[in-house]
Design a protein around this ligand. Structure first.
Ligand SMILES: [Zn+2]
Ligand SMILES: [Zn+2]
Length: 269
């Protein structure tokens, strides 16, 4: 528990910026599976989305914390019926947050309304660690935070568990989106349980058959168990969405207003 407390004493914004700096630099100096030019301009568009999210989230995060603490005070949720040691609750809770997020992610691909927000993440025609920030701010602040509150209420999870989950999931976010070559044997060892970059690359492929796969963030186990696991050789993968192909549609401002634009979409009608 002491280790968890030490981890959680790190400012989340420093943690996220630190991870970006490490991965962004590694992508610059190590071998990349995909050719990537103009990384600076790409980074700027994604960073702007993150800035809007952080500002918006000040309000929504406060609401979420208030909500979770309210449910905890009422002792609502599955964990209040079981008397598990606290450290087990926290670690199991991280797994449960990831499990719940897997289902929200699946729903975001199925529901036309949620897809309007989520397609911003899939719009990136080139991908590197900064794609971690390519989310519509409303999707993260509104949809994800509401889902986190529901998850916490169902299972009886607390704010510490949520903080640890985010601490861990951001490592995976940066890793999954990174444009780095790595030994393939990792896919058939660690990759049996955890999400590897090759898994998430398939998720960003233009063809819907592949986009609708590998929804997990930390545990690829969910996709393997629930039949959404797919693989495709990296050289066959083409990132992005047809409706966002025009370079003008890759700008921060366009992405921000895109959920409110009716698109001639090839997907999710
Ligand atoms: Zn997705
Ligand atoms: Zn992604």
């Amino acid at each position: 528990m002491e280790l968890i407390e030490t981890i959680l004493s790190i400012d989340p914004n420093y943690w996220i910026i630190g991870l970006l700096a490490v991965f962004f630099t590694l992508e610059q100096i190590l071998d990349n599976p995909f050719v990537f030019k103009k990384r600076g301009a790409h980074l700027l568009q994604n960073l702007l989305l993150q800035v809007v999210f952080v500002l918006l989230n000040i309000f929504f995060l406060a609401l979420l914390v208030f909500g979770i603490e309210w449910f905890n005070n009422q002792e609502i949720g599955l964990f209040y019926l079981l008397s598990l040691p606290y450290v087990v609750q926290v670690l199991l809770g991280v797994v449960l947050f990831d499990f719940a997020t897997y289902w929200l992610h699946r729903a975001s691909h199925k529901s036309p309304l949620l897809w309007r927000l989520h397609r911003v993440h899939h719009s990136d025609t080139t991908m590197d660690s900064s794609t971690t920030f390519r989310f519509h701010p409303l999707e993260l602040a509104l949809v994800y935070q509401a889902w986190n509150l529901i998850t916490a209420a169902i299972f009886g999870l607390d704010v510490t568990t949520l903080a640890l989950y985010y601490f861990m999931v951001y490592i995976f976010f940066f890793l999954e989106h990174s444009n780095l070559k790595y030994p393939k044997w990792l896919n058939t060892t660690i990759g049996l349980i955890f999400v590897m970059p090759d898994h998430h690359r398939v998720h960003h492929h233009q063809e819907q058959f592949y986009t609708d796969s590998n929804f997990a963030d930390i545990f690829i186990l969910w996709d393997r168990i629930f039949g959404t696991f797919k693989l495709l050789p990296v050289h066959k993968i083409k990132y992005g969405l047809v409706e966002f192909k025009d370079p003008k549609k890759q700008s921060f401002l366009y992405l921000l207003k895109s959920p409110f634009i009716l698109m001639n979409t090839t997907k999710k009608k």
